[in-house]
Design a protein around this ligand. Structure first.
Ligand code: AMP
Ligand code: MG
Length: 430
């Protein structure tokens, strides 16, 4: 992978041209390679993991034709079909207790849901359309439908057919489906490893006193949580002070033990903001600045902890902004997709649809904006959306309050109240 180099560096960002969001996505996508190692896990532990190979069904599911209703099973072809015509009840079939002999002409079998269809039978009449008199039964004429109420062998999954494709993120239904095949263990890709740390002399860990100008480090908690939702192996390297040597050591250590390194803070220009500058000595950086809000100072590149000799190990690097909302927006807009691709998953992107904006929105063309917003659905099923009161990139409570992003495209201008905007619901994304 070659990452196009941005030689402008953070120090010249005042003059640097911020990269449009779509161009940044293209650069990031071209840098991604899925992890290859696979491991075998017990079925329950496979939830949320990425399937490493196709699962081919070793059996028919269901294994036998069986009844879909409680009623009476018989061979449609041998029924006289001129109701009322009594059939003799030859016996009973219950789930787990098949009727052992075959069912003859003018005979039927009392059958319960899930019981195997007796030999010769192909049709079930539900019990509510049957009238039983002693050991014989008659059916309502309209209820005698050929092949009705019978689940066919292999109708759910046919033997030899792919049941689940490689790259699938295993969901609850898949776990049950694998169990229905008798699969006890599955091959999954190893988890992507992500190492992350926060930078900033003002940051304090929970439990420490807050002296003047200090803030608690919240980014490591949001990052921890966002990674946990993606089933990522996360390595929290704590808070790192704004000192070049300390940051360099932390970046090298992180890159030496992970596939992806995330940092927060320090990408923007400023004397104490040294993270970005440091990467220049042992990494490539494709971009520093994006035409987006929030999240303008976002770095992406690659780190070589042991130097850049051919074949030496490397890790992807995302230098996220420091502002707590900007961290989350850049994670969801860039890091999330990168981690999904690296995990080997073939997964659709997040849901996005139109909703009427209940407020007028000021928007300058030339950058993509992600507003925190609350979407609601009225009684008629129409969606409308209102931006949260604060759109400051430092106000984390606006993320808590919101249930979606409003996505305003690069070229979009002001939005009048009532006009449709694209929204990206948190459900499914977060
Ligand atoms: P920076 O990008 O380092 O200039 O930080 C931008 C703003 O985000 C500053 O107000 C920082 O104090 C704040 N900030 C940076 N890192 C964190 C963090 N880990 N937790 C909470 N706030 C942070
Ligand atoms: Mg900082």
């Amino acid at each position: 992978m070659t990452i196009p180099k941005d030689t402008s560096g953070p120090s010249s960002s005042a003059t640097a041209n911020p990269l449009p969001v779509d161009a940044a996505r293209t650069i990031i996508r071209s840098a991604l390679t899925p992890v290859e190692t696979t491991e075998h896990v017990a079925l329950r532990a496979a939830l949320g993991r990425v399937l490493a190979r196709d699962i081919v069904s070793p059996i028919d599911v269901p294994a036998h034709d069986n009844a879909a209703m409680d009623g009476y099973a018989f061979a449609y072809g041998t029924h006289p079909r001129q109701a009322p015509f009594a059939l003799a009840v030859a016996g009973e079939a219950r789930a787990g207790h098949p009727f052992e002999r075959s069912c003859g002409a003018l005979e039927c079998v009392r059958i319960m849901t899930g019981a195997p269809m007796p030999a010769g039978c192909d049709t079930v009449v539900p019990q509510e359309f049957a009238t039983r008199t002693g050991s014989s039964v008659t059916f309502d004429a309209q209820a005698i439908v050929p092949g009705a109420n019978c689940r066919r062998a292999g109708e759910d999954l046919a033997r030899g057919r792919p049941a689940l494709k490689s790259g699938r993120i295993i969901r609850p239904a898949d776990l049950g489906l694998l169990a229905s095949l008798g699969v006890a263990e599955v091959a999954v890709r190893r988890r992507v490893r992500v190492a992350f740390f926060s930078t900033g002399d003002e940051l304090r860990s929970i439990g420490e006193p807050l002296d003047t100008g200090a803030v608690y480090d919240s980014n490591r908690y949001t990052l921890h949580a966002m990674l946990a939702r993606l089933d990522i192996e996360a390595l929290d390297l704590g808070v790192v002070r704004d000192e070049p040597e300390t940051i360099e050591a932390a970046l090298r250590a992180a890159a030496g033990s992970a596939d992806v390194v995330l940092t927060s803070g320090g990408v923007s220009v400023g004397d104490a903001d040294l993270t970005a500058r440091m990467t220049a000595t042992f990494g490539d950086v494709a971009f520093w600045q994006l035409a987006m809000r929030p999240g303008r100072p976002l770095a992406f590149g690659r780190l070589w902890p042991d130097g850049r000799a051919a074949g030496s190990r490397s890790a992807l690097y995302f230098g996220l902004p420091g502002n707590p909302v900007a961290v989350m927006v850049s994670f969801y807009q860039f890091v999330r997709e990168a981690l999904v691709v690296m995990s080997g998953a073939i997964a659709p992107g997040p849901l996005q649809f139109a909703a009427a904006s209940s407020a007028a929105i000021k928007k300058r063309p030339g950058r993509t904006e992600f507003l925190r917003a609350v979407a609601t659905r009225d009684a008629a099923g129409r969606w409308s959306v209102a931006p949260t009161r604060s759109q400051s990139s430092g106000v984390l409570s606006s993320m808590s309050e919101a249930n979606c992003f409003i996505v305003l495209a690069h070229d979009q201008g002001d939005v009048p109240a009532g006009e449709n905007v694209e929204i990206m619901p948190f459900e499914g994304l977060i």
